[in-house]
Design a protein around this ligand. Structure first.
Ligand code: G4P
Length: 527
């Protein structure tokens, strides 16, 4: 194995997907604790708590400031280098949350055992499905009363359309939660409610399979229940198959309690063992392997620092192949220029440091002076254009109202740039001169307005509009007719592509029946 193969093999780049409050932050913290990246439980939560409300501008600033450093958390575990990418999920849920999923090789899904599959998880799962991203599942909060484990698996299978293969199984739940049985290793792990702040080993007992009478001594009546569950599983469940996991058809499932640090180590151990290392990526001309010697990378996120004292913008670049070296010259293909990356940042858990060297799977931050766009490709030699960083249909819309009509040029410039950075999407209706903004999460409107004021000196306000969705008109023999007939509801996006703006889902359904030869899409590939 050469050094590049070694470096690729030891990397795991992933994100955690969940609905708010399922336990993503808590689990992240425990992972960082095991990785030695933080030494005290509570550090991540403290950051989160300091975010505060989003209504005043300072709070937004603070929030964005924090999310720059927590966007990527790099840490070591055993011989692995792990890049954990944040998927903003509360008020800051945005298109970035989706786009982050285009930069990872696998995901970890957290489900609250009392709630089962929730909406945000469902939405994020659609992106994973589209990209065939392998998923590992952690069912959290077993220390609380929740749904029956079998019910939870059924819920995931039905609502997310993926097979579940439990690798551990809970013994009791809520107040009666005793621990989990590791079905692969025939081990019983006892739950220790105060395991919160430490990474000390759990109380683990090996048994000789489920029929071992030692299990009855250890668990009493729960042993019988465990056997019954296991029998049910062997009949109705799916045996674990690593190939099916890697093909994103099956999700291995773990049960635990993040806050009690229970079940996290097994999850992490299995994750590093099974999760895929950096994967090849499709460019327009060919598939690019992480083992290709030439450097290449793709920008999946641009983050503006809202602090006026450091008004920089950072482009997050995922390295796809080769090796990054500080000071190297790369080609920025979209604009056809060479540039030297004199300074790049790597994001260690809660810290940024300059980086001298990085490998496929790593995320580096490069300074952007307004020339970098989401989806841009950089490479050392060959002209490449990576595909697969799409735009996602917004669900929130506003009409922009300019306070000073003489500033319309600046407004246009500002909106265009913010749109290229992926902060917000801009639409121009065919039948009016309005600017419509679309976003996946409403916080983006607040950020856009503040940035227009700060960076472009444009004072703008918003008017609400009666639009709840968008569909790109992606072709089909009836597309022209569709546009002619429904022009009042159609707009152009920043690239001039036509979009149907949904104000009534029933009407959309009817239209789709009437114009069944028109292709309408919720996702659009960047050009
Ligand atoms: P999120 O990032 O997915 O939004 O979730 P987060 O980790 O913030 O967890 C949401 C709430 O669930 C927190 O409670 C957290 O303490 C709790 N939680 C996380 N894991 C477990 C678990 O295994 N068992 C139980 N019982 N609770 C868990 P909170 O009251 O909102 O915050 P805090 O006051 O505890 O910080």
């Amino acid at each position: 194995m050469n050094i590049q193969q070694k470096q690729v093999q030891r990397r795991r780049t992933f994100a955690i997907i969940s609905h708010p409050d399922a336990g993503k932050t808590t689990l992240t913290e425990k992972l960082l604790l095991f990785g030695g990246a933080i030494h005290l439980a509570g550090a991540v939560k403290a950051k989160k708590a300091s975010r505060g409300a989003t209504s005043d501008w300072m709070a937004v600033e603070r929030e964005r400031g924090i999310s720059v450093t927590s966007s990527v958390m790099k840490f070591d575990y055993q011989d692995y280098e792990i890049n954990l990418l944040d998927t903003p999920g509360h008020q800051d849920f945005s298109e970035d949350t989706y786009r982050v999923l285009t930069a990872v090789d696998s995901v970890l899904m957290v489900i609250d055992s009392a709630k089962g599959v929730e909406t945000q998880t469902k939405k994020l799962m659609e992106v994973c499905r589209m990209r065939r991203t392998p998923i590992m599942t952690f069912i959290n909060k077993l220390d609380r009363d929740g749904l029956e484990p079998i019910e939870l698996l059924d819920d995931i299978e039905t609502n997310l359309g993926i097979e579940c293969a439990p690798l551990t199984w809970p013994v009791g739940t809520g107040r009666g939660f005793k621990g989990v049985f590791d079905l692969r290793r025939d081990e019983l792990r006892f739950f220790v409610p105060d395991g919160q702040k430490s990474t000390r080993p759990l109380d683990v007992r090996h048994v000789k399979g489920l029929d071992d009478p030692a299990l009855d001594d250890l668990l009493g009546a729960d042993a019988q229940q465990l056997r019954q569950d296991a029998e049910l599983l062997s009949g109705a469940g799916h045996p674990f198959d690593v190939q099916r996991y890697l093909a994103a058809r099956q999700s291995p499932v773990f049960f635990g309690s993040a806050i009690n640090n229970f079940g996290v180590r097994e999850l992490l151990d299995t994750f590093v063992e099974l999760a895929p290392p950096p994967q090849p990526r499709q460019a327009e001309t060919r598939m690019v392997s992480p083992l290709d010697p030439e450097f290449s990378g793709v920008v999946f996120k641009i983050q503006a620092n809202m602090d006026p004292a450091h008004r920089d913008r950072i482009a997050f670049l995922r390295i796809v192949s080769g090796q990054f070296q500080k000071g190297m010259r790369v080609r920025h293909h979209r604009i056809g220029k060479d540039m030297q990356i004199a300074k790049a940042t790597i994001f260690m858990a809660h810290d940024r440091t300059g980086v001298d060297q990085a490998w496929p799977g790593d995320i580096i931050g490069i300074h952007n002076h307004g020339t970098i766009k989401i989806g841009d490709t950089f490479s050392s030699k060959e002209p490449l254009k990576f595909t697969g960083i799409p735009s996602f249909a917004p669900e929130h819309f506003r009409r922009v109202r300019l306070k000073d009509p003489l500033r319309s040029k600046q407004l246009e410039k500002g909106l265009l740039q913010l749109c290229e950075e992926g902060a917000v999407q801009v639409f121009r209706p065919l039948r009016s001169n309005d600017y419509l903004l679309g976003a996946v999460g409403p916080l983006q409107f607040e950020i856009t307005m503040a940035r227009l004021k700060d960076e472009y000196n444009v004072e703008a306000g918003y008017e609400s509009v009666d639009i709840t969705g968008a569909r790109w008109i992606a072709g089909g023999s009836g597309a022209r007719q569709f546009v002619n007939d429904n022009g009042r509801e159609i707009a152009k996006d920043i690239d001039g592509d036509l979009v149907y703006l949904v104000s009534n889902p029933w009407r959309l359904e009817r239209l789709m029946e009437t114009y069944d030869d028109v292709v309408l899409q919720t996702i659009k590939e960047h050009r």
